[in-house]
Ligand binder design. Structure first.
Ligand SMILES: Cc1ncc(COP(=O)(O)O)c(C=O)c1O
Length: 388
């Protein structure tokens, strides 16, 4: 309490670092080569990240948006194709497809897990569909059983947007063991970070090699004659970022353990507040990274939700409004939009409409606090709710 107002406890900071990051940066500096072609940090990060996620190969890239774009490109996405994406996601999921000249087709999400609804995805498949992109929202893995069946039935590959799902598992299987390509982000707020950065994991060598070429202007590792085998761009990660990310990866498992212990405590306390419904867990996701602590206040509406977020922020909680439905941003309509109106898409995505108007999330650093702090956080939410 300060001045009679209940305030949030002092929660851990994010990003976190220690001598491991410092040592890594000096190591990268003193190599004398600061790009991946001369140094060893990016190569090491890729090996360690792949192994950690049970994938055969990983490619480090500049950011999560580029990770998605590159992955979509090697899966054959381009002009004349369609990519199915959840309507409730960060805009990169659709922008990556649209940048390649494809049409992004938004479908609804499940109102309990906030992940893509496999039935809605199935209904949106056409002869032009090239990829279905589940987004593992806030670390909750999408229904990969139903989606794997849909992929097998239709022959359309999955691309997992795992920007929130480092270190998660579905029925004992890691993200890299689920049989599809996965794209990760290392942006400042993500579960491991170098400020910016991304990675793609691959289940086979052929896609990895193609992605390697395309992320380096189409140029093979050993080329000295400027013979570019494919088109591409420069999506290469630098050695400094990789050295920091190796240290961050070393801390990830312990942090997931902490968040796994804290979320049930916070979720129970939040769920006891009248009107508050925390994100549900599909128990088949047997390790959840908890990228965000998400909850809804059903029926609240966007304006009152935004006011609630502001009030939580004033009390010191790292609170955010949930993503806007992707089709409600101007950027979605500039290129690669489906032949529909906003109202038509909204009618097809009622759960996304609800969630984007009444959803709130707390930064994952909240879940690195003590067990006692989880009760204090919930008490602040309860107090702000009661004061409305
Ligand atoms: C679901 C999702 N996909 C992709 C991205 C893009 O990652 P980046 O910011 O590293 O480009 C983000 C967030 O940043 C995200 O939340």
């Amino acid at each position: 309490m300060s001045g009679g107002v209940l305030r949030a406890p002092e929660l851990p900071a994010w990003p976190q670092y220690s001598d491991e990051e410092r040592d890594g940066l000096i190591r990268a500096l003193e190599q004398g080569q600061w790009w991946r072609m001369g140094g060893s940090e990016v190569d090491s990060l890729e090996r360690e990240f792949a192994a950690y996620h049970g994938a055969d190969y990983a490619l480090a890239v500049t950011n999560g948006t580029h990770a998605l774009e590159l992955a979509l490109q090697v899966l054959g996405v381009g002009p004349g194709t369609e990519v199915i994406v959840p309507a409730f996601t960060f805009i990169s999921s659709s922008q990556a497809a649209q940048r390649l000249g494809a049409v992004a087709v938004p479908v609804d999400v499940d109102l309990d897990t906030y992940c893509i609804d496999p039935q809605a995805a199935a209904a949106a498949v056409t002869s032009r569909t090239k990829v279905i992109m589940p987004v593992h929202m806030a670390g909750q893995i999408s229904d990969m059983d139903a989606l794997a069946k849909l992929s097998a039935d239709t022959g359309v590959p999955l691309l997992q947007d795992a920007a929130h799902a480092h270190g998660t598992r579905w029925q004992g299987r890691k993200v890299g063991e689920l049989g599809s390509v996965a794209a990760f982000s290392f942006q400042n707020g993500k579960l491991m970070t170098a400020g910016e950065g991304g990675a793609v994991t691959f289940p086979d060598a052929e896609l990895f090699e193609l992605a390697f070429l395309r992320h380096s202007c189409g140029r093979p590792r050993t080329d000295r004659r400027y013979f570019h085998q494919t088109s591409g761009s420069n999506f290469r990660l630098n050695e400094f970022s990789a050295s920091v990310l190796r240290a961050q990866l070393g801390r990830l498992a312990g942090q997931i353990d902490t968040r796994e212990q804290r979320w049930p405590v916070l979720a129970e306390a939040l769920g006891a507040i009248p009107g508050v419904v925390p994100q549900s867990r599909d128990e088949r996701c047997d390790r959840n990274s908890h990228y965000m602590a998400m909850f809804r206040v059903p029926g609240l509406g966007e304006e009152r939700r935004n006011a609630l977020v502001d009030a939580l922020l004033e009390r010191g909680l790292p609170a955010f409004a949930a993503f806007r439905s992707i089709y409600r941003s101007n950027g979605f309509w500039e290129t690669g939009a489906p032949d529909s109106t906003v109202d038509e898409l909204a009618a097809r995505c009622p759960n996304t409409e609800a969630l984007s108007a009444d959803g709130i999330w707390l930064h994952h650093r909240t879940l690195l606090g003590t067990e006692e702090q989880m009760h204090q956080v919930a008490a602040v939410v309860a107090d702000v709710m009661a004061a409305r």
